[in-house]
Design a protein around this ligand. Structure first.
Ligand code: NOJ
Ligand code: MG
Length: 533
């Protein structure tokens, strides 16, 4: 097969920076743009090719930046527009890409659009949001719930109607059926694309359009008390509506006015629904985020069947992707345990498709326990008995063993550091051949160097749980990846073929350069990357 051309977002690796927590430059205890700039050399050294930065726009911070009051500005906490321009330039200078967060589903309740919309029923922007009369008894228009607890409807005394908010009441949902809203948001996209931003990660893409009749959501028969109250109903009419694909296609048209940009959609849906977001003829989002490594049980049989299902469900021309962590979910090291964290990293970086990593995962940062009186995340505060706070996965990056781990000099970090940051940080791991950081860096390097690993085909290999095995190959070069998802040693016994090759990268580097042939024994928590003869 002739070598195809691949795009930067297909062959590279995305790294998510949560800007509040990456690097503080001005001592206020909150990370900022200058801080990110000062760490770009680190990201380059690590082998990252694209940086996605969570929202940096003006915001009352009810949801830490996902409640935006000006889409075309920079929050002073993070810096100025000059700082942003410098960030973009410095990212590009290092031959990396910059991806911004776009939050089109909702604004802040302090956004001028909403202030106008709520000012009177006949304001021209009234229809920019989703306003409805109360039912006769004064109750909410339907049973839709907010993701962060309580009803999805908030009563407005002045104009005597409810407005809908899928998240906080401080985050009213825009009415994407209104062409003026569409145009306004497309112009926001152009504002950043004109500056040279390389793409967007689009927040809650599957929420953007709701059922026109606003029908009640059906109850969830499997609801458990420990779950978020949002899960009491199935969001059948409030999310993933057929019309969303028209909106996504229009957004894609805006992206296509520019060369070489990427649109990534945040979408939590099962595989068969997720892949519809590639759009008819791939005219939808380039990468509908695939969160299976975050949401599935850490079990080889479960993972394997889903990986194969995903590979099979991708539309022709649809490019796969994998995400290991983000600012909304527990960190991988806390979810699967420190002993499995390298195996997880090897899985992420050897599967077919663009990997997205979350800051700090490369040093094995764990979720940090937050004392109840320090909880900041509204999801945690609103449902206090359910342990849903996202703060533990949002703590400051651990750079070195100085005060505050090098995150901030004098200030009090906005979230606490763990007691063990002196052992788990970039500085101590940098030159340690056995560290998580070295492992990630070497994997990224190899992945980038070897076509088989970054763009090669995926071929499933039969292996018994707790082993997970597959081959990546390109032009006659093949890598066999064998991962032990269990803690005990076990033997990989290939059933149909006998593989011979050399271990080129392993969770324990001592294993490298060994020749393997036939049955391969693996230590507990071991992962092997084998170049086949
Ligand atoms: C998804 C974001 O990742 C999350 O952090 C945010 O709270 C919600 N969308 C609402 O914008
Ligand atoms: Mg700061």
């Amino acid at each position: 097969m002739a070598q195809q051309e691949y795009l930067w977002w297909q062959s590279g690796t995305v790294y998510q920076v949560y800007p509040r927590s990456f690097q503080d430059s001005d001592g206020d205890g909150v990370g900022d743009l200058k801080g990110i700039i000062s760490r770009l050399d680190y990201l380059k050294w690590l082998g990252i090719t694209a940086v996605w930065v969570s929202p940096i726009y003006p915001s009352p911070m009810a949801d830490f930046g996902y409640d935006i009051s000006d889409y075309c500005g920079i929050h002073p906490l993070f810096g100025t527009m000059e700082d942003f321009d410098q960030l973009l330039q410095e990212v590009h200078q290092r031959d990396m890409k910059l991806i911004l967060d776009l939050v089109p589903n909702h604004t802040s309740n302090e956004h001028p659009w909403f202030l106008e919309s709520r000012s009177s029923r006949d304001n021209p922007k009234r229809d920019w949001y989703i306003w409805r009369d109360a039912k006769e008894d004064g109750s909410e228009p339907n049973n839709w719930l907010a993701v962060f607890g309580g009803s999805g409807w908030e009563w407005d005394d002045k104009t005597q109607q409810y407005y809908y908010h899928a998240f906080l009441k401080e985050q009213p949902d825009l009415n994407w059926r209104n062409p003026e809203v569409q145009k306004a948001m497309f112009d926001v996209m152009r504002f950043w694309l004109d500056k040279g931003v390389d793409g967007f990660r689009v927040d809650v893409m599957w929420h953007m359009i709701k059922d026109e009749k606003l029908r009640d959501n059906p109850p969830n028969p499997d609801y458990k008390q420990s779950q978020s109250t949002y899960q009491q109903v199935v969001p059948a009419f409030s999310t993933d509506q057929p019309e969303v694909h028209d909106i996504v296609a229009m957004m894609r048209d805006v992206m296509d006015e520019y060369d070489n940009r990427v649109m990534i959609g945040e979408i939590y849906l099962p595989i068969h629904r997720l892949v519809t977001y590639y759009g008819a003829d791939n005219e939808g989002t380039h990468l509908p985020f695939n969160f299976m490594l975050i949401t599935l049980d850490w079990n080889a049989t479960v993972l394997k069947s889903h990986i194969d299902e995903y590979e099979g469900a991708l539309p022709e021309g649809g490019w796969p992707n994998w995400v290991i962590g983000n600012h909304d979910k527990p960190r991988i090291t806390s979810r699967v345990g420190t002993s499995q964290a390298k195996v997880a990293g090897m899985l992420l970086l050897t599967l077919r498709g663009t990997p997205t990593m979350y800051y700090g995962d490369e040093i094995g940062m764990r979720d940090v326990p937050i004392p109840p009186d320090k909880i900041q995340d509204p999801q945690g505060l609103n449902m206090p008995d359910k342990d849903l706070s996202r703060d533990p996965a949002r703590t400051p990056m651990q750079w070195d063993n100085s005060k505050n781990a090098g995150f901030t000099e004098d200030g009090e970090p906005w979230l606490p550091l763990p007691d063990n940051f002196k052992r788990i940080n970039v500085e101590v791991q940098r030159d340690d051949p056995y560290s998580m950081l070295t492992f990630y860096r070497r994997l990224l390097e190899l992945r980038q160097k070897e076509l088989a690993l970054h763009i090669g085909d995926y071929q499933p290999v039969m292996a018994r749980s707790p082993l997970l095995a597959y081959i990546r190959k390109n032009n006659g070069q093949s890598y066999l990846i064998v991962l032990n998802l269990g803690h005990k040693p076990c033997v990989f016994r290939p059933e149909h073929e006998s593989y011979t090759g050399t271990v080129v990268l392993a969770t324990d580097p001592e294993r490298e350069n060994q020749k393997v042939k036939g049955n391969i024994s693996l230590a507990g928590d071991e992962g092997l990357l084998i170049l086949l003869d």
